[in-house]
Design a binder for this molecule. Sequence first.
Ligand SMILES: Cc1cc2nc3c(=O)[nH]c(=O)nc-3n(C[C@H](O)[C@H](O)[C@H](O)COP(=O)(O)O)c2cc1C
Length: 435
Amino acid sequence: MPKHEFILFKNMMQPGYAGSLQEYERAGGYQALHKFIGKVPPAEVTMAVMKSGLRGRGGAGFPTGVKWGFLPKDYQGPRYLCCNADESEPGTFKDRQLMERDPHQLLEGIVLTCYAIGAESAYIYIRGELILAAKILEQAIEDARAAGYIGANILGTGITANVWVHRGAGAYICGEETALLESLEGKRGLPRFKPPFPATHGLYNKPTVVNNVETLANIPHILGRGPEWFASIGSPPKSTGTRVFCVSGHVKRPGNYEMPMGISFRELIYEVAGGMRSDKPLKAFIPGGASAPFLTPDHLDVKLDFESVAAAGSMLGSGGVTVMEEGTPMVWAALRLMEFFYHESCGKCSPCREGSSWLVQTMRRIVAKRGQMEDLETLVDLCKNIEGRTVCAFGDAAVAPIMSTLKYWRSEYVTLIQEAEAANLIKLEPAGAKR
Ligand SMILES: Cc1cc2nc3c(=O)[nH]c(=O)nc-3n(C[C@H](O)[C@H](O)[C@H](O)COP(=O)(O)O)c2cc1C
């Protein structure tokens, strides 16, 4: 695999780098802010981000510059930026590292984005459990404010951008952008109907951009080094730049790896993450966080970019790659994920609220060897009645583990049910009955 340049991890990979303001500045940090704020018109900043091809790193992969461009041009009232740091998708743990190890990289991205979209206030909505990251960010904001990078009259330009950290209370749904906005407004975190979209009716019903931590952390680099440079990295034209892949599960070296988009799963699992942890071969992997359908060893040569993973029947999502070795019981694995979605379903939409409960009950029955063949039809029926029928994408995510394990490992479901049937037959035979 050819060597590549680190973008987001470059600073933190330097020995001893602790992410202070002085270290960040010494590494060239806040130069993009000096160069752009008050000097380059905001519309040109947005145009540069569009040209770079940057797409959202939070899951959906929406083009970032295009999203910024949706904000109404002539609106005079307040606008907001919300940085989505909820990071609650099982198997995803990159934003935490970006915030803890190089907080000013994110803050510079936030202030530049505020400038581009005309927002004077930005909120970092952070998952409540990420206590260290929240403290580090709060300190970094104070330091950046003292240095004139955040607050009123940034670098003497007359431009204002304030940044606040808001801690969530630990609900997966609050990572969904509209539930995040509700929660930020002090209400229960339930998704909103779209349209209207946050671009026109977001936080406090005002024009709002919601972007992921990793997305925003890329902004200073795109502006500092030029959109053409960024657009040449990865798998252009539709999957540009690097991704921080969170590799977990049965590999020798689990961890966060920043790699150019377009490397293959084979390279990521066997070269970057050191291969399988034991002699057992690979059996399955989730390519993009728990919401992404499972893939198999047949997909090892699929490229890690938005289009290729979608063409293989899954999604790049949040970049969480969870690897499972031969011997992993796939029905159990799907049940484990289903239990997460059932627990986290916010309850707003009946198909998801009721359906996730029935799915868990049916799956538990099968795993406990009390299932029947009809249960397989029930599972598919339930999944189809959830998919596409909920206010947000949670419903589609919830059914992915079951639908994809039924697709590739149906025989494991059948075996468990056949074992249940055989056990029942034995139980039904009266004691001492002659054959
Ligand atoms: C149930 C659910 C949970 C989500 N959780 C997160 C999350 O923790 N972090 C995140 O950035 N995006 C999350 N998203 C995606 C957001 O709704 C949104 O697309 C994203 O924050 C937009 O930022 P981006 O364009 O920079 O990716 C979630 C979506 C859903 C449906």
